[in-house]
Design a protein around this ligand. Structure first.
Ligand code: ADP
Length: 446
């Protein structure tokens, strides 16, 4: 400001001096006036140039000049640059925020006060089958027709989820979504959706499992209780007593086997996957399996005209890496199933062979009743039985193949089942080459 005032004074003095130099004092006053006027005109012209640029709204065209107006233009330019930088900053942050929501595996949708879709991320679009461009500003109530959603939307409760059917739901492949609405702004709503299909299935499986276990335990328990009551209330002779006690022992042993299989399953599920530090020679696994199955076969065919023809091919001099107890449990389950389901006189053949690429196959072939193709995909489900009475009679729990499946998966192996109804079955486990090596004297059978 001082500079401006000084420049004005200097111009006045210069004007007066020129006037005095030309014609003396009277003209000096006129010179001073003229100089002052000229200064004001120049000043107004400069102010007008600045104003014109401002009217265009672009500070980049502001004239570059000295003096007060020049500084004014410079400051305006700087202010605009700061404003632009702030705007870019907040736009970048908004974009990052939107990118994060876009990448979320949960569905996010913004609805206005009328329930029109303002914005949604790809997950929400996939959940509800929404086309982000076509359905923009569409009413959500028109697009999601599930009655569960309609009733939740009419009475939204941000503290609880509504479970609704998602896009692509079918009988074979259900899609269940947990949806929740939150209010914000003036009547606006944030709708979050989450795919809970796997959770729902796990919960249904858990319920089924508990129901199955209760049923499996309740049956022998009821029989046992009945026998106890009979023993308590009826005067029985020694032979009858012995017969009842024998039947009670059978039921107790059935419960014991069930509990033991359940414990095996839960131990397998709860423990870390077996590494490659424990090696067991095939000879050892095979010998143990053979002993167990010979005894089982003798027990099952006792009193029958023909025993089983059991054939155990000698295993190659190899060792398998993994949990010895788990491997034993899987192999003996397959062999004992073959023996249990094959009537006396039938044959059961156990073989080991190395396949291409170094894989090792353990196979059990029987001439039993076989399994119809429609049952094959479900055989490894817990408590799934094709022949319920044969399973029970021979001490089956319905968990054998479920245990085998778990063990096989944990060892990176594959379970292959082939069966022809009325002819027999072939159950094979194929172990990866990485779990097979030549048997060393240390891991050889003792
Ligand atoms: P279980 O304890 O009932 O034998 P598993 O899980 O071991 O249960 O087997 C499931 C079902 O698969 C059995 O109930 C039986 O019907 C069928 N199954 C298993 N192995 C054989 C086989 N070798 N021959 C015929 N059916 C079999």
């Amino acid at each position: 400001m001082w500079l401006r005032f000084t420049s004005f004074l200097i111009v006045l003095v210069v004007g007066a001096a020129i006037g005095w130099w030309l014609r003396g004092w009277p003209v000096a006053c006129a010179g001073m006036l003229l100089a002052g006027l000229a200064w004001c005109v120049v000043d107004v012209v400069r102010a007008l140039r600045v104003l014109r640029s401002l009217r265009d709204g672009d500070t980049q065209t502001l004239p570059r000049m000295g003096g007060l107006w020049g500084e004014f233009a410079d400051r305006l330019r700087r202010l605009q640059r700061i404003g632009e930088r702030r705007q870019q900053d907040s736009e970048r942050r908004l974009q990052e925020f939107l990118d994060a929501i876009q990448a979320s595996s949960n569905g996010v949708m913004l609805l206005d006060a009328e329930g029109r879709i303002n914005w949604c991320n790809p997950t929400a679009a996939a959940h509800f089958g929404i086309d982000t461009e076509r359905d923009h500003e569409q009413l959500i109530g028109n697009l999601v027709r599930d009655p569960a959603f309609t009733s939740y939307y009419a009475n939204p409760d941000p503290t609880r989820n509504a479970i609704v059917t998602g896009r692509g739901d079918s009988a074979g492949r259900p899609v269940r979504l947990a949806v929740r609405l939150h209010f914000y702004g003036e009547g606006r709503r944030l709708m979050l959706s989450n795919d809970v299909t796997a959770l729902e299935q796990a919960e249904a499986m858990r319920r089924d499992f508990v129901a199955n276990v209760s049923h499996e335990i309740r049956t022998p328990l009821t029989v046992l209780t009945g026998f106890v009551e009979t023993l308590q209330s009826l005067p029985l002779d020694e032979t009858e007593r012995a017969r009842y006690l024998e039947l009670m022992a059978q039921q107790a042993s059935r419960m014991q086997t069930l509990v033991s299989d359940l414990l095996t399953l839960s131990r397998i599920e709860g423990s870390p996957p077996p590494g490659r530090s424990e090696w067991t020679a095939l000879g050892q696994l095979s010998a143990e399996c053979e002993d167990e199955v010979q005894a089982l076969s003798a027990l099952l065919t006792a009193g029958q005209s023909a025993p089983h023809a059991l054939e155990f091919a000698p295993p190659p001099a190899l060792a398998l890496a993994g949990s010895r107890t788990e491997l034993m449990s899987a192999l003996s389950n397959l062999v004992s199933n073959a023996v249990r389901y094959t009537p006396g006189g039938g044959s059961v053949k156990v073989t080991w062979q190395t396949l291409q690429a170094g894989q090792l196959e353990f196979a059990v072939e029987d001439t039993g009743p076989g399994v119809a193709p429609e049952h094959l995909p479900r055989l490894t489900e817990r408590f799934y039985r094709v022949d319920r009475s044969r399973s029970r009679e021979t001490g089956g729990t319905g968990l054998g193949l479920a245990i085998v499946k778990h063990v096989v998966q944990r060892h990176g192996a594959e379970l292959r089942i082939q069966s022809v109804l009325g002819k027999g079955s072939r159950f094979a486990i194929v172990f990866p080459a990485s779990r097979v090596r030549a048997s060393t004297p240390l891991s050889a059978p003792v």
